[in-house]
Design a protein around this ligand. Structure first.
Ligand SMILES: *Cc1c(COP(=O)(O)O)cnc(C)c1O
Length: 378
């Protein structure tokens, strides 16, 4: 985190605040930055998915809120493309809904070119459908506008998991502009906020439901004066008690930290952000130097990569190292170096620039050199 972010957290820790009021102010700021009607600080993108799903299931009905995760008699299905399934959807399922998977992604198996299509999502929508869930990444199919069109034709909201879709910073507004009803971002990834923070932004009524199912609700109805722009008390027959979102509690420190990080993130130009990262990957390559056993390539084609990286390609003819052995040796050294193992099967180890301190690219390069000059793992 930037020092300014940890300073904001430290300062927040010294005051007692009404969390609903703080969230109401956060809502205004997030709304302004994202173009959404309202926003909320969550304890992460996964928490945002849980809270957003709960809001779509219960709406503003406090009886339903109290009964979750028992969803009997409620709209309790969430439609999702089979190719979007991932284990973060535990957060969605934990509200008590059933995921309805549609489509088969022939493009991934190589058996064809198609993925789930919007008509298949429309086809799965019934009067039990609470929401459609959509996982955004640059090549997600079907395109979001088509999914929104299919869902909205049946008055069903669309929840977008955009946890890791920053940068580009434009994505803070893009999915909302494309018609998403709720969008969840991680605060602890590129935004640079506290690890246990995130953003949920979207429709005002859904964010009100989120707040009601998340905030501490141990208060007498008569004394309860929630901030009207977050919670419209008059729209409720009574207040729910502590809700299903309560385990996703957010402290005032996280709210202050997230809002500070978000401001820094949108104030930094994309070019500045990119060139800082580029400098880091160049330093890793420089510190490693030339070696017969591996070739280091900087992946910095900005059209393809939002974040530049170093790809270390092992030369199998001149070394006994495998990419996986190298990842493990880096991780077990002191200091521990965590590389990206997603391409070890191709003999490639990937190094990302985010989160590194000034002296750390050189440490990584030196360690790589040391290891690769040994012919094989010890
Ligand atoms: C990182 C990630 C999450 C979880 O985000 P947290 O902020 O850590 O809760 C959810 N979905 C996707 C696609 C992610 O990449």
């Amino acid at each position: 985190m930037a020092l300014e972010v940890s300073e904001a957290m430290k300062e927040a820790s010294q005051f007692c605040v009404d969390i609903a009021e703080f969230q109401a102010r956060a809502s205004e700021i997030i709304a302004e930055i994202t173009g959404a009607e309202a926003g909320y600080v969550t304890s992460g993108a996964a928490a945002g998915l849980l809270l957003g799903t709960a809001a779509c299931v219960t709406g503003l009905d406090p009886g339903k809120m109290n009964r979750l995760p028992d969803t009997s008699g409620m709209k309790n299905e969430v439609v999702i493309s089979r190719s979007h399934r991932n284990f973060y959807d535990h957060a969605i399922r934990s509200t008590g809904i059933q995921l309805i998977e549609v489509g088969i992604a022939d493009r991934f198996s190589g058996a064809g070119v198609r993925d789930t299509e919007a008509w298949e999502i429309a086809d799965a929508i019934t009067d039990r459908t609470a929401a459609v869930c959509y996982v955004a990444y640059p090549h997600t199919l079907p395109i979001l506008e088509k999914v929104v069109e299919a869902a909205h034709a049946h008055d069903v909201p669309v929840i977008v998991d955009a946890a890791g879709q920053l940068p580009p910073a434009d994505n803070l507004r893009k999915f909302i502009a494309q018609g998403a009803d709720l969008v969840a971002f991680s605060g602890g990834k590129a935004i640079g906020g506290p690890q246990s923070s995130g953003i949920l932004c979207g429709r005002r009524d859904l964010i009100m439901s989120v707040a009601l199912q998340h905030l501490d609700m141990d208060i007498l109805q008569e004394q309860w004066t929630p901030p009207p722009m977050l919670i419209d008390k008059a729209a409720l027959p009574g207040a729910p008690q502590h809700g299903i979102g309560r385990p996703c509690k957010v402290g005032k420190e996280e709210i202050a930290g997230l809002l500070t990080a978000l401001r820094l993130f949108v104030d930094e130009t994309p070019d500045t952000r990119y060139s800082c990262w580029l400098k880091v990957v160049e330093m890793i390559v420089q510190a490693t130097g030339e070696m017969p056993s591996a070739q280091l390539i900087i992946a910095a084609d900005r059209k393809r990569y939002e974040i530049p990286s170093v790809e270390l390609h092992l030369n199998e003819e001149t070394t006994d190292w495998t990419a996986l052995d190298l990842v493990i040796a880096l991780q077990n050294g002191a200091p521990a170096i965590q590389a990206n193992p997603s391409r070890v099967n191709e003999g490639i180890v990937v190094f990302g620039p985010t989160c590194l301190k000034d002296d750390e690219p050189a440490i990584i390069g030196q360690r790589l050199r040391e290891l690769l000059l040994q012919k094989s793992p010890e």
